[in-house]
Design a protein around this ligand. Structure first.
Ligand code: ATP
Length: 368
């Protein structure tokens, strides 16, 4: 049973605030990703958990106990870095055994544990290879085996896949997840790659400029982004320009001449200029029939067949931002009735549409 908690963790470097009081609570065996753009503070947060950096304020708790005074090697954590960091003069199995030797295990125990670890990461037969005789993916497997050999309470992964090519990255990330679930080990995974985080995590902590934007499951983060930053950073979003209309009980946004219902306009005043962000698969097209308008008038520009789905690009007619391209994803092929030049009405799912002010959206985009 291992829980990790960050309470109001604050970190400054000189005048620069890298973390503004981070609160996070990880449950036992959970796989949590720290996701955000370069410089958002995710590595700093991980290094504070590992004990390589000390916070200026707040605390880190392991199983409920403050570990402020524990040095990194007493925290029971295994770490994997972006650049493998293997000992070049040691073979794969010697690298894996290193932590066990430091902990005073006997030669036979070391051999057994490291052999098991090498097998678990799929490197049986490569025990005697030196790092320079292995590919990047193989070296990172050794690093993973080395981190796990000491049976840590927590596994810390600092962008472990970013030095690998695309194919190896995908296969190794799947293997990491399988091993993590088999061992049920609480894991923190730092990445700037949203697809990676969505695929591999139980929950994702999205960070921007040293602050937590949202902490939730991949589905919550994708379907219900809490802030414009999350909507813009994770996945793709359409942006509609409009003004707040409707009533508190039935809020809507006027886009061009059409009022579209929304659910998240609390606290905004009538007439306020806003942006509505929607996901391509929650944005819908209806072929216009005479006199029966269903949504925002638009014209289909083109289609992109993408295998399991087709992406349809439209231009909105008669609105404040006429150049905007709206993306709609529909499943499968056979959407010939939505070819270039066809007049359509655009609607979106009010439950998942995010309403933001122009300023909020602009600062979110700058932060990326
Ligand atoms: P990246 O993916 O680029 O590593 P990150 O989100 O992991 O980004 P951090 O490495 O945590 O970001 O850095 C957060 C901010 O703190 C950055 O602006 C960085 O320049 C700054 N920073 C980190 N370490 C130090 C340090 N030792 N001294 C001064 N500034 C630092």
């Amino acid at each position: 049973m291992t829980t990790v908690e960050l309470r109001s963790v604050r970190k400054t470097f000189g005048d620069f605030v890298a973390l503004h009081g981070l609160d996070l609570n990880m449950t036992d065996g959970e796989f949590v990703s720290f996701l955000g753009p370069s410089g958002c503070g995710k590595t700093t947060a991980l290094r504070i958990v590992a004990g390589f950096e000390l916070p200026d304020g707040g605390s880190v708790l392991l199983d409920g106990a403050d570990i402020e005074n524990a040095p990194p090697n007493k925290r029971d954590m295994g770490m994997v870095f972006q650049d493998y960091s293997l000992f070049p003069n040691m073979t794969a199995i010697e690298n894996v055994a290193f932590g066990l030797r430091v902990r005073g295990q006997s030669a036979s125990q070391m051999k057994e544990t490291s052999g098991k670890m090498i097998e678990m990461v799929g490197l049986k037969g490569k025990e005697g290879n030196y790092p320079h005789q292995m590919s990047g993916g193989q070296q990172q497997r050794v690093a993973l085996a080395r981190a796990l050999a000491i049976q840590p309470k927590v596994l810390l992964l600092d962008e472990p896949l970013s030095a690998l090519d695309a194919k190896v990255r995908v296969s190794l990330r799947n293997e990491i997840r399988v091993i993590q679930q088999e061992l049920a080990i609480s894991t923190i995974f730092v990445t700037h790659d949203q697809e990676e985080a969505l695929t591999i995590s139980d929950r994702i902590a999205v960070l921007s400029q040293g602050q937590l934007e949202q902490f939730g499951t991949p589905e919550e983060i994708y379907r219900h982004p809490a802030t414009p930053f999350v909507a813009a950073f994770v996945g793709e979003s359409n942006i509609f320009h409009g003004t707040i209309a409707g009533t508190d009980d039935a809020p809507s946004v006027r886009i061009g001449s059409v009022e579209m219902p929304v659910q998240q306009a609390a606290g905004r005043t009538s007439g306020e200029r806003v942006r509505v962000l929607t996901r391509p698969e929650s944005t819908y097209l209806h072929v216009t029939s005479d006199g029966d308008r269903k949504g925002i008038p638009a014209t289909v520009v083109s289609q992109q067949f993408q295998g399991a789905r087709t992406r349809i690009l439209t231009h909105l007619d008669h609105v404040e931002d006429p150049g905007a391209v709206i993306l709609t994803d529909v499943t499968g092929g056979g959407h010939d009735h939505l070819s270039g030049g066809v007049q359509v009405d655009v609607t979106f799912d009010p439950a998942t549409a995010l309403v933001a002010s122009a300023e909020e959206l602009e600062s979110a985009t700058v932060a990326q």
